[in-house]
Structures are given as structure tokens and as C-alpha cells.
Ligand binder design. Sequence first.
Ligand code: FAD
Length: 284
Amino acid sequence: MIPAAFDYVRASSLAQAIDLLRDDPDGTKLLAGGHTLLPALKLRLASPALLIDIGGIAELKGIEISEAGIRIGALTTHAELFASEPLNKELPVFRQAASLIADPQVRNRGTIGGSLANADPAADWPAVVVALKAEIEIAGAHGFRRVAARDFFVDIFSTALAPDEILASIRIPRPKPGMRFIYRKIRHPASGFAVVGIAVGVRLHGGVVAEICIGVTGAANHAFADQHAADFLTGKMLSRDNIDQAAKLLGETTECLSDRYASAEYRANLIRVEIRRALLALSS
Ligand SMILES: Cc1cc2nc3c(=O)[nH]c(=O)nc-3n(C[C@H](O)[C@H](O)[C@H](O)COP(=O)(O)OP(=O)(O)OC[C@H]3O[C@@H](n4cnc5c(N)ncnc54)[C@H](O)[C@@H]3O)c2cc1C
């Protein structure tokens, strides 16, 4: 449980962190809240030559809400997302999802940027940012670029980030009037991570689904945006029959993981149960 030796630099700006990272992207690791990286170092699952502590970089902090949209800095902790009144007035799903992450110690140190960059297939925020139709803002040597959250997660622990890039912020469009979100998960009893987690955003118009976005985590290699159930529900009432049909579709079309925690069949069943519960909650 002792990490291999590494050099340590506490970066004071994003530009400095990018410069340092560019020198040796494969031999360098960024340190945010450390709640995934430090155990990985201790278990020698990672042995970087250099650790860049990005925890003091002001440009990566803060929650800003404007007419143009919502910007959440990568270093924002789960506890800050839970506590932010302005954010939760707009999007109470942040408080709801943050309250389901681990325990107060992890929530006080773990960051949303670290969680998204790490892309643990069982992490909670990936499903939420997908359902929010967020964009991930990425900083690199050539400036900033944005990737839709639904395209950001590419495989198990793998994202659209290049080794020399830094996740800078999460950009979320202001929710349209009437848009409501929910996040639900079946948590692993020991770790608290999602065996299956479902985030849904729905806007009803005259009782009919005008807009819907469904993000799924825990079930597959990486978080993803469902299209099948969403397409089926668009233009329909959220009736019990339609919800049951959508749940069946989502269960059938997801290529579920099978591991020692849950078989693929069990995960498919959890998907059906959780999407049904989420949609029923949003239907009233
Ligand atoms: C006991 C325990 C229980 C947990 N339970 C849950 C849970 O129920 N649900 C859940 O979702 N999560 C859970 N987590 C994970 C936790 O929520 C952290 O968010 C997560 O570990 C990563 O965030 P961090 O800030 O600690 O990142 P770090 O550990 O510092 O970094 C993680 C990885 O991301 C990279 N990285 C960090 N920030 C950036 C950035 N801005 N740009 C590019 N790369 C970056 C690092 O280099 C590293 O590879 C749990 C963790 C622990 C220890």
C-alpha cells in the first residue's frame, strides 16, 4: 500500500498544468480530489513519474449561472454541488444525485471533473450529465474544445480526453420551462457505486412527452444516452402501458455488463425496474 516514487508539482494555473502535462502525458497524472487516484497509486495500479496537483487552479473552480447557461468547474466537489442553492433551484437533480454518492468524506473531496474524467462505468455523474444534455469543456495546448456528454464516455475508464488534455468544466443548457429531471440508482451495498443508475429529463406538453433524455450508468462498459426508449416515448403520454413498453425496450437494447456483482440478466432487470420508477415519478 505504498506508492512508487513520483515527482509532485502543485500547479497554480491551467496554462502551467497544460505545459507540464504536455512534456510527458503518458508518465503524468493529474490529481484532483484524489479519491480514486490515491488508492490506485497505493495499489500500484498507476505509477506516474509526475503528479500534477490541479486542486489550487482557480479557473477550474466555481458554479456560474447566466442567461447563456450553467458552468460547473471541474474541481467542484460533490458536497458543493449538493449545497449550491442557486444550482439546485435550477436543477434539483444535482442535490439528489450528490446525496447518493458514497459518504461525506468522499463527497467533501471528490470532484465532478475527477469522476467524469475517470469514467468508472458505475459512477453516478456520467448518467446525470448525459440526461442534462451537457457538454464537457476540455482544455489543451491548442485551447478549448467541447464534446457532448453523450459522446464523452467511450469505454471502460476511457473518455474522449487525450492524454495531454484537462477536463475544465461542464456546460449545461438552462432547462426549458417545465423540464424536470430525476436520478435513481440501485447501489452496490458495499461500495455505494451504481449497479444500475438512471437519469431522466422529461418535458411534457399537454400531457404528451415533448422532450426526453435518458442517461444510463452502471449497466454497460460506459455511461450512455438511450435513444430507443426515448424515441418510443416522444409524442406519447407517460401512461403505464407506454412506460412498460419503454422499460422493456431499454432493457432489451442495453448490452449489459456481467460481473461478480450482477449478471447481465439481473442488470437488464434493474434497468427495467429503475426506468419505470423514474418515469412514473415524472409522470405525475
Ligand atoms: C469509498 C469510495 C466510495 C465512492 N462511491 C462513489 C459512488 O457511490 N458514486 C460515484 O459516482 N463515485 C464514488 N466514488 C468516487 C468519487 O466520487 C470521486 O469522485 C472519484 O473518485 C474521482 O474524483 P476525484 O476528484 O477524487 O479524482 P482523482 O482521484 O483525483 O482523479 C481520478 C482520475 O481522474 C483524473 N482527473 C481528475 N481530474 C481531472 C481533470 N480535471 N481533467 C482530466 N483528468 C482528471 C486523474 O488524473 C485520475 O486519473 C467513491 C470513491 C470512494 C473512495
